[in-house]
Write a protein that binds this ligand. Structure first.
Ligand SMILES: C[S@@+](CC[C@H](N)C(=O)[O-])C[C@H]1O[C@@H](n2cnc3c(N)ncnc32)[C@H](O)[C@@H]1O
Length: 262
């Protein structure tokens, strides 16, 4: 009798990634966002880069072993430099459209402004209204995450002239309060709440714009984009997370279709 082994999932995506989902509203690629063949697939002149790359601090809350370590979280990847390829390098015309916005979790404006050519930056705070993941050895629990807002300016000289001073459409305070996905409900160690992502997306884009997240995790950015009438382009390295992102984005597409029919 021949025993058939179950097919093991490959740990690394093929060069250029694999498109797991493609529709009129959303594309989800299982791939490595450092791969130039993956970057080449993002439509040129897109409307918003909104992403949550690994923070380079090794995820370990000590609270639960439900989630494994996040790839790329060991400090070995220069994430601002990787994201520079996503907005478009100097001398190239590809990437994020000029004067459009960027949100990057876990990195400060001074780390991102140079490589991503950002003007009008602001440091924002997500108040989780609860203790989040992270080092739980301190008596001061990590109840917030910081992230950066900026306006992508193609020419450094324009940054000086203030062409990057454009801010989000609605003038707002820098603290955004949204409960993190509840205990036991979160499917990813760094899952962002969809209402938080929708707030950012709706502040910085109009309906029909394309929102790009090259480190998509469980796909919260994509879900928020689709539910807000935007389109999304997601890349995720971990196969299981990329599949989860597809599942959630498809549910959002279904819901968006139903809402449009009302
Ligand atoms: C902080 S998490 C993002 C969580 C996401 N915001 C959510 O709501 O679920 C970072 C993600 O980036 C992924 N990642 C790490 N290295 C990557 C790479 N080279 N290309 C694409 N994704 C990568 C990790 O697998 C992880 O899921």
């Amino acid at each position: 009798m021949t025993v058939t082994e179950p097919l093991a999932l490959p740990l690394t995506p093929p060069p250029g990634g694999e498109v797991l989902h493609h529709s009129s509203r959303a594309t989800v690629i299982w791939g490595d966002c450092r791969d130039t063949q993956v970057i080449a697939q993002v439509p040129n002149g897109y409307g918003l880069l909104c992403t949550d790359p690994p923070y380079g601090v090794r995820f370990n809350s000590g609270r639960s072993d439900r989630f494994t370590e996040i790839p790329g979280d060991d400090g070995s990847v220069d994430w601002p430099n990787v994201l520079a390829d996503w907005v478009g390098r100097i001398g190239t015309t590809r990437g994020l459209a000029p004067s459009r916005h960027v949100y990057v979790f876990g990195y400060r404006p001074d780390q991102l402004a140079g490589p991503l050519r950002l003007g009008g930056t602001a440091e924002l705070i997500w108040d989780k209204q609860d203790l989040g993941s992270g080092d739980l050895s301190s008596p001061w629990g990590p109840g917030h995450e910081t992230f950066t807002f900026g306006v992508h300016v193609k020419r450094a000289s324009d940054r000086g002239k203030g062409a990057g001073a454009l801010s989000a459409r609605l003038r707002r305070g820098s603290i955004l309060r949204y409960p993190r996905p509840g205990r036991g409900r979160a499917r990813h160690s760094n899952e962002k709440p969809v209402p938080l992502m929708a707030d950012l997306i709706e502040s910085s884009t109009v309906r029909g714009d394309l929102v790009v997240d090259p480190c998509a995790g469980s796909g919260s950015t994509g879900v928020a984009a689709v539910l807000s009438g935007r389109h999304c382009f997601l890349v995720e390295l971990t196969r299981a997370d990329a599949e989860l992102a597809v599942e959630r984005v498809q549910a959002a597409e279904h819901l968006a279709k139903q809402m449009e029919a009302l």
